[in-house]
Ligand binder design. Structure first.
Ligand code: PPS
Length: 302
């Protein structure tokens, strides 16, 4: 897909910023209006889905998986921008092919990106038993990353000041709804042999160990040398300079990276630079309530 500057310039961004509930989950208005085609999407048995709550490491996991599919061939991975190599299922903005349209025209085996909570997944993924890699990231770093993302993506609602955004985020009043429900929903489904549940913090801590999990899940074998190569090229510092992975190919009118880059910090624990003591206490208390009864455990630093 080619995001043409001229087309994007004429878009009414404020009209796109509205959130509309789909089965109770707030979603961008365009996604909501195109929902039927997402619901009816025809998955294939050899699709590999990368599912995440926004800002949890989607692009990172996507680049890794595309490199695995390409057996570590860098040139192959530079064939196109990440949003074309791994189309975004529910993506929709006016005048552009939707994610569904893009995927319908993609030959198998397809890589598919989604941020959908499990209850909104199209049935065909379960019917076809497609494989899913779910990446979860701790709620606090996601909050910070999502806040900055709202500032740079023109089609997203204005986040307002940090405190306002944090309240909205804690209440699930942001695109894709509650982080808590999202990570718990996918966690409950993880026992099937077609779901691999990974953590961003584990990937940061030991990328080789996590990459091996991915390979095993994908029934792939790889030399240690290729594995090391993939780890290097998908490290934050290298991906940040790779225009096929850092979203710099998108027009400024859609994603303005002049103040904050998409590849912002790429660490675990940046929330400490943004949460006040009071915000942190309030967040923890709310978190405890919402995550009660789950064995799901996150690390907020490594
Ligand atoms: S999106 O828009 O929801 O698809 O964003 P997503 O890719 O899920 O998340 C973006 C955050 O992931 C960081 N990132 C990485 N971290 C570590 N290593 C690598 N290679 C990497 N690539 C992207 C990116 O910087 C965003 O996090 P923050 O905390 O904002 O830096």
């Amino acid at each position: 897909m080619d995001f043409q500057d001229e087309k994007v310039k004429t878009m009414d961004m404020t009209a796109l910023q509205k959130l509309v509930p789909i089965h109770g989950v707030p979603m961008g208005i365009e996604i909501a209006e195109n929902w039927e085609s997402v619901e009816q999407f025809q998955a294939r048995s050899d699709d590999l889905l990368i599912a995440t709550y926004p800002k949890a490491g989607t692009t990172w996991a996507s680049e890794i998986v595309d490199m695995i599919y390409s057996d570590g061939d860098l040139e192959k991975c530079r064939r196109d921008a990440i949003y074309n190599r791994v189309p975004y299922l529910e993506f929709k903005i006016p005048g552009m092919p939707s994610g569904v349209e893009q995927l319908n025209g993609t030959p198998s085996p397809r890589l598919v990106k989604t941020h959908l909570p499990i209850q909104l997944m199209p049935d065909s993924f379960w019917e076809k038993n497609s494989k899913v890699i779910y990446v979860a990231r701790n709620a606090k770093d996601v909050a910070v990353s999502y806040f900055f993302f709202h500032k740079i993506v023109k089609a997203l609602p204005d986040p307002g000041p940090w405190n306002t955004f944090l309240e909205n985020y804690m209440n699930g009043n942001v695109g894709y709804g509650s982080w808590h429900d999202h990570v718990k929903g996918w966690w409950e489904k993880r026992h099937g042999d077609n779901i691999l549940y990974l953590f961003y913090e584990d990937m940061k801590e030991d990328p080789k160990r996590e990459l091996r999990k991915m390979l095993h899940f994908m029934n792939k074998e790889m030399s240690d040398e290729t594995l090391e190569k993939i780890i290097y090229h998908t490290s934050f510092d290298v991906m940040k300079t790779n225009d096929m992975a850092n979203y710099k190919t998108l027009p400024n009118d859609l994603v303005d990276q002049s103040t904050t880059p998409f590849m912002r910090k790429g660490i675990a624990g940046d929330w400490k630079n943004h949460f006040t003591i009071a915000q942190n206490e309030r967040f923890d208390e709310d978190y405890k309530r919402k995550m009660k009864g789950t064995e799901l455990h996150f690390r907020t630093e490594i």
